[in-house]
Ligand binder design. Sequence first.
Ligand code: IMP
Length: 425
Amino acid sequence: MNTVVVGAQWGDEGKGKVIDVLAEDADILIRYQGGNNAGHTVIVDDTEFIFHLVPSGLLHPGKVGLIGNGVVVDPEALLEETQRLRARGINVAEAVKLSDQAHLIFPYHKKLDVLEEAARTGRIGTTGRGIGPCYVDKVARCGIRVADLLNEEVFAAKLKQNLAEKNRWLSALYREQPFEFQPLFDQYRRYAKLLEPHVVHGARFLHAAIAQKKRLLFEGAQGTLLDIDHGTYPYVTSSNATAGGVCTGAGVPPTCIERIIGVAKAYTTRVGEGPFPTEFPPALMEQIRTKGREFGATTGRPRRCGWFDAVIVRHAVQVNGCDSIAVTKLDVLDDMPTIQVCIGYQLGGRRLDEFPSDMSALARCQPVYESLPGWQCETGEAERFEELPTAAQAYLKQLEHLVTVPICLISTGSKREQAFKVGRW
Ligand code: IMP
């Protein structure tokens, strides 16, 4: 079944774990947006593997991973990752495919990302990986794609033109040193030789796979609330992390998608700036951050933590068309005597059941909570829904009710075995 996995919160929902479970039944794994701002963690045999660009289901033998046209690719990061996969015995020459229409990240994108962030009055808290500036070039139609990199003449001309513009920008606006053409050209031509064996026309590659009845698994990066259109703009990333991004970012029609799974933690986290109505007070924040090891997989930054917000997850269910949700990190709530779930917001004298588009309004929203009893025992050993403590079952049933779709998978720990499917799969 062709499946999309999307984040239903602000990213870091544990998609890597869910994808790892689903990848068993898939043939081709596809990233369709974002870049190495993402960090999908998978733990196999007590060894942790963090994926940034390559689809994270690749740890299963015999799978093929495609980096789609909608992804922005830092070649250095990609090559470092393929190196690590090779060290694990994966035949990367066969397993990793790269769309020739994907846009490339250059050092000037990373430089601009950091400088622009520092110059902003309202910080976004970007990862500094050059993601936003690379997407800016894509939309401005001056970006450099993988296909350009493979053609020495075209690449030289495009790089010269970009450097002329970026260097003017860097020196006039930020008093920074310009980037030199030759070393950058040589470095990227070296990358071209290493990447070339992986390059395909992404959309055609997938259409051939669909014709052969191969099963596709699309791996969303970040989350719905970080989507450039449907998230908490401007505190978002620069791509469409939602399910709609699959069609544009991989070149497949909506009709080929058969199932959409949203992933949500049993509580909420976010990295970077922006309003977060259910954010914990400091002591609880510290407790959950420590227990949940809530530090960014890409930047190591501490994540902000808060109660489950049913308003934002319901929004995610709607805009993605989720058939079901996977709930991760249930075990992190094991010690809580009482658990709060946000069921709406209070804004001035008004009660809101929906998520406001005006961020200054969201920043003023007070969460309306429903309190549920905690279970205060360990859930990490459960292998079926019925083996969970009654209070945990009641909590999950209430989440299903609030977000309007059933739960299809529950994860109760970081290990591969600590996840089980629920209901009709
Ligand atoms: P950028 O994607 O680096 O431009 O960062 C924009 C915003 O998205 C920042 O708030 C980042 O912290 C956030 N962000 C980007 N990628 C991820 C991710 O994979 N998980 C969580 N937050 C992310």
